[in-house]
Design a protein around this ligand. Structure first.
Ligand SMILES: Nc1ncnc2c1ncn2[C@@H]1O[C@H](COP(=O)(O)OP(=O)(O)OP(=O)(O)O)[C@@H](O)[C@H]1O
Ligand SMILES: [Mg+2]
Length: 593
């Protein structure tokens, strides 16, 4: 038989994860300010004590009135009461200022750690996680948490201490009466437990919906060109409006559930007042007991003073549950560890011009779909190696593995004699000048976009790189105007030339060109290619291209087909063999004719 009908459906008030998140936040971010926390606790304790003294003075004041004491006594009581509340006013001003500062600082530090944590995550994290979710974690959730910690928690602390102090006073005066009033406590506790549980569930749902909504906005804003051409504005509008309606209902549901808390306390208070007036009145009227009118009125006043903070503390408790969901989400991020990071004894690259060798490499983006199995190839130091192959054959993936954007699953990649996993990550990546297939430009001027790749470069060096990439004229024409989000104001070829200029500016020992000139017209391509040849001279160069004409001159060409190497050799050797490469080459040449 179940004693508690809710037991099966309700989680504990604080799960292990909740506790870990609280401990993490408290000791990580609040504890460093322990001295000030101590001051805050002291101030709120004093605020609670003011109420206790007020009750004590009131009881005495009432006796002076009821028993017709002297005016001087009455004035003294009045002055003391006034003084007490003035004192409370001063502490009420200092406490929130202090707590806002402590909480603001804690949240700032947490955000700082969150930023560096997020930046440490593997590329694959960003390929899985919608940007809206990241923005939510970084912007909205810490903000809410900050307000909650700063104001909510300190007020709740003050309220709880006030309840305890007043309760202690009332118990010391009238233990039996207090016991009557206490009869209502279980109802409040049960309500807290039930409401908390429901709030947690709704809040979790709400955070997910808000994250999805933000990602939706991001997607629409970024994909506006496609949205417009496809005429999908109405569909996107419906999608976003439906999501925001979902948010509306979830927020209403949370608040409605939270709103149950206050009336529960009020009903409990009604019972308590009724019981106390009934029982207290009986004690006053019956001659066997020593409770007088002043004592009863003060006790009732004490209850009023007690229930008010108790209501607020109960409300705090149920909003706490929502904040705990958020705290746990943030804490969850801190528990993720990037998989690609420096080995403990990582070493420096000793010969940047050394050969790079893939040895029996296996890799797949998903475990059930391997892309490479037992891939072996050599990129000879100081020479140009080309990789050709049909779309989706894994060319870009080879380059990503080289830069450790992903780690191989089997086999290894050697740079010289060292496994790249034993090299310092930043050093390894510093060896590459990359013109990637998907070019990322930021909403700054073209000049700044080029400079970004090597912030220590001089002005002349940036201009030289821009000239080599044939983009200098455009820089002058645009006069430092930003290029729009993701370079929306530039053509594909212009973005590509920014990427090429970056490669020139970086001028690292290894040059990686992934379809580097695919978006350029033939005349510009020919000029840029000549400049790239000068850049490649004496450097280890890896060139990926669909255009056979641009790989012809490579020292060695690998032909990749669905993740497998099918041929390799020089252009002449491969042509002489007359297989896949020769077929592809002939097909393209006849296409040009
Ligand atoms: N980030 C990723 N997550 C999951 N799968 C991916 C990812 N990137 C690529 N793939 C898959 O891996 C395979 C190889 O992709 P890759 O980008 O290496 O091809 P590619 O040879 O460069 O093609 P293209 O010539 O079109 O640029 C493809 O089937 C692709 O769908
Ligand atoms: Mg590619």
């Amino acid at each position: 038989m179940k004693l508690n009908p809710f037991a099966h459906s309700r989680g504990p008030l604080f799960t292990t994860d909740d506790k870990r998140a609280i401990v993490w936040f408290f000791f990580g971010y609040l504890w460093p300010k322990a001295k000030w926390l101590g001051v805050i606790v002291l101030l709120v304790t004093l605020q609670g004590l003011v109420y206790r003294q007020f009750l004590y003075l009131t009881e005495n004041g009432l006796r002076v009135i009821f028993e017709k004491g002297s005016f001087t006594q009455l004035y003294a009581v009045c002055a003391a009461v006034f003084g007490l509340f003035m004192f409370r006013a001063v502490t009420s001003y200092i406490t929130p200022r202090l707590s806002a500062w402590v909480a603001g600082d804690a949240i700032y530090k947490m955000r700082k750690d969150l930023i560096s944590k997020l930046l440490s995550f593997d590329l694959s994290y960003y390929e899985r996680t919608p940007p809206g979710e990241i923005i939510l974690r970084l912007v909205q959730q810490p903000d809410g948490l900050g307000q909650f910690v700063g104001q909510g928690t300190v007020n709740a602390l003050r309220d709880t201490l006030t309840v305890i102090i007043i309760a202690a006073y009332l118990i010391s005066q009238q233990p039996w009466l207090f016991l009557f009033a206490l009869g209502t406590a279980p109802a409040i506790l049960l309500a807290i437990a039930m409401i908390s549980d429901r709030i947690k569930k709704i809040q979790r749902e709400a955070e997910n919906v808000i994250g999805a909504y933000m990602s939706g906005i991001e997607e629409v804003a970024n994909g506006m060109r496609t949205v417009k051409i496809a005429g999908q504005e109405p569909a996107e509008q419906t999608r976003l409006v439906t999501a925001s309606e979902g948010i509306k209902w979830l927020l209403i549901r949370i608040q409605s559930v939270q709103a149950l808390m206050m009336p529960t306390v009020d009903v409990a208070a009604a019972f308590a007042y009724m019981l106390v007036i009934g029982a207290g009145g009986y004690l006053v009227i019956s001659p066997d007991h020593d409770l007088d009118g002043a004592g009863l009125v003060t006790f009732l006043l004490g209850l009023v003073l007690l229930f008010d903070p108790a209501r607020r503390a109960a409300h705090f408790f149920v909003t706490l549950q929502a904040q705990l969901v958020i705290l746990r989400m943030i804490h969850g991020l801190f528990e993720l560890e990037p998989r690609i990071k420096d080995a403990p004894d990582a070493v420096a690259v000793d010969d940047p011009k050394a050969a790079i060798r893939f040895e029996n490499v296996s890799f797949g983006y998903t475990h059930d779909q391997p892309l490479f199995e037992d891939l072996t190839l050599t990129l000879q130091g100081g020479h140009t190696t080309a990789i050709v192959g049909s779309t989706g054959s894994g060319k870009t993936t080879i380059l990503s593995l080289l830069a450790r954007l992903y780690d191989v699953e089997g086999g290894r990649i050697l740079y010289g004699d060292t496994d790249i996993r034993d090299l310092k990550l930043s050093e390894l990546r510093h060896q590459f000048s990359v013109v990637a297939q998907d070019i990322v430009v930021f909403n700054k001027s073209i000049w700044e976009n080029i400079h970004y790749i090597r912030p220590d470069a001089t002005e002349d060096e940036v201009w030289a790189a821009a000239e080599a990439a044939e983009i200098a004229d455009l820089i002058r024409a645009r006069k430092g105007e930003p290029v729009g989000p993701k370079g929306a104001q530039l053509s594909g070829g212009q973005k590509q030339r920014i990427a090429i200029a970056r490669a020139f500016l970086r001028a690292a020992p290894v040059v990686i060109l992934d379809e580097a000139t695919s978006a350029l017209d033939q005349k510009t391509e020919a000029r840029v290619m000549r400049a790239l040849d000068r850049l490649a001279a004496g450097r280890t160069t890896i060139m990926v291209s669909h255009r056979m004409s641009s790989v012809m001159g490579a020292d060695r060409i690998y032909v990749l087909e669905s993740g497998k190497l099918v041929e390799d050799g020089t252009h002449e050797e491969l042509m002489a063999r007359g297989q896949l490469y020769a077929t592809m080459f002939e097909a393209q040449r006849s296409g040009y004719d």
